[in-house]
Design a binder for this molecule. Structure first.
Ligand code: SAM
Ligand code: SF4
Length: 465
């Protein structure tokens, strides 16, 4: 089965639902908020009703509900990762991106495999265990093999006895056979953003190269799952079109993956358009999303798909990132560079980078900040390495059983970071947080957490349950 069209994105249905619920009654909103607390997810109508909230009190209730769901399912954990840009060569013409083919204003570079190893080692030295490999859609002479080799290079990199334990990938859509090759390299999540689900807008902003094909892109995750990649990530580039339309279209995409494969996406990313060298539209998004709307988007997603991770990148400022932790974000990048080679050379280069960053702080500082807020930074990769992916992960996650694993694993991976990489100030904050967190746990999670953290204190590495 290889879907070639996108009939599961039904624009007419979306417009109709949005129209019907543009000004929902107080009672209608209340009803959806009550339903959301059951943590079984929401349908398109429910999401449309939430997008129509204008009353500040009800907005506050939305945020409260999102916080309740986040804390119940994920506790205080926040998973950390770093993007690794291996190449900014690109044959496409996405009008919002600095990497687009005709943009002469950036310096082009694709890292050699040796450079990818070095770049990864720079990330390992900071304490990272998870990497998101990113590239433009044009590869050096080896073609797609370049990406496969790059995944190997990341896993091969080593500093002392430390390595990267999970490589997620964000590259252009592939065929089923190519996805099978990618899976064989033991990738974690394959991530792809539709940018906009609105076909007319999509055609307007993608004006050259393979990315002009909406259908090929919107069916990419079907092909990835058909090829056996269990964990896939979706996303929208907010700013291109009406965010309310995009949220409902995402729900249709999720529903379709659930219908065909029995499981929806593992993660949702919420990139908001940032200024990019050589792009006018990136500085003046046609449907700019305000800070308040952005918080609303995160909260609605938390209610709509409670068990799907929400990823927040360093496109956003430190303050916006902080605000959205409480609303449902479960994964964040930190210390990011979007210019290939940026870690090893320690430069944040706006000229060969993809877009401007909002949070420039190094990993150690982000970790300290997160810990001071009471969130436990997690580098855990346990589920993926124990085969708890796709449907298996959701089966465990939905009854809440995953918490008995994630809580202890987050703490042991955080302890490893504190012992091996943290500055003295961060270590002190972190140790206090670990102690306090374990004291607040009971039953099996508490026993497991104590045991794993003790093992790390005694010098063991990479312990998880
Ligand atoms: N080239 C592949 C593609 O387009 O799918 C994968 C990597 S691309 C570098 C990763 C993502 O960056 C894109 O999917 C897009 O959403 C995001 N992006 C591009 N320009 C951006 C901008 N100006 N601000 C924020 N995000 C941007
Ligand atoms: Fe290329 Fe991706 Fe940027 Fe588009 S978003 S120009 S495909 S790197």
């Amino acid at each position: 089965m290889e879907p070639t069209n996108s009939t599961f994105i039904n624009e007419q249905e979306i417009s109709h639902i949005l129209e019907r619920h543009s000004k929902p009654s107080y009672e209608a909103v209340k009803e959806v908020l009550v339903k959301a607390r059951e943590m079984k997810g929401l349908n398109l109508q429910d999401v449309a009703i939430l997008t129509g909230i204008s009353d500040p009190l009800q907005l506050h209730e939305l945020f409260e509900t999102a916080n309740h769901i986040k804390e119940t399912i994920y506790g205080k954990r926040l998973v950390l990762f770093a993007p690794l840009y291996i190449s900014n060569l690109c044959a496409n013409e996405c009008t919002y991106c600095a990497f687009r083919a005709k943009n002469k204003a950036i310096v082009r570079r694709s890292l050699t495999q040796n450079e990818i190893v070095k770049e990864t080692e720079a990330l390992i030295k900071q304490g990272h265990k998870r990497v998101l490999l990113v590239a433009g859609e044009s590869y050096p002479k080896q073609g797609f093999q370049y990406v496969l080799d790059a995944v190997q290079s990341v896993y091969k990199a080593i500093d002392g006895d430390a390595t990267i334990r999970r490589v997620n990938v964000n590259v252009a859509p592939l065929s089923v056979d190519e996805f099978k090759l990618l899976k064989a390299e033991k990738i974690g999540t394959y991530q792809l953003f539709q940018e906009t689900y609105h076909r007319e807008t999509y055609q307007k902003v993608h004006v050259g190269g393979k990315k002009m094909n909406y259908d090929w892109r919107v069916t990419a995750l079907h092909r990835a799952m058909e090829a056996g990649i269990d964990d896939v990530g979706i996303g929208v580039l907010f700013g291109l079109f009406d965010y309310r339309f995009e949220l409902l279209a995402m729900m249709q995409h999720i529903g379709e993956l659930e219908r065909v494969f029995g499981v929806g996406p593992h993660t949702i990313s919420v990139p908001r358009m940032e200024p990019a060298t050589g792009s006018d539209i990136a500085s003046h998004p046609p449907h700019a999303v305000s800070d308040l709307e952005f918080r609303k988007i995160v909260a609605i997603l938390r209610l709509a798909v409670p068990y799907t991770g929400i990823i927040m990148s360093t496109r956003e400022t430190a303050q916006m990132r902080r605000d959205t932790f409480a609303l449902g974000v479960s994964q964040i990048s930190a210390g990011s560079r979007t210019n290939p080679g940026g870690y090893e050379e320690e430069v944040e280069d706006e000229v060969s980078g993809q877009f401007s960053l909002g949070d420039h702080r190094p990993l150690d500082e982000v970790i300290r900040d997160v810990a001071e807020m009471g969130y436990v930074p997690s580098f855990c990769t346990g589920c993926y390495r124990l085969g708890r992916t796709g449907q298996d992960f959701m089966d465990l996650a939905k009854p809440g059983a995953i918490k008995a694993h994630c809580g202890p694993n987050a703490l042991s991976s955080f302890m490893e970071y504190l012992m091996d990489y943290a500055s003295p100030k961060t270590r002190e904050t972190g140790l206090q947080l670990i102690e306090k967190t374990i004291a607040g746990m009971d039953g099996l999670p508490a026993t497991r957490a104590k045991k794993l953290v003790d093992q790390v204190k005694k010098g063991q590495k990479d312990v998880f349950c």
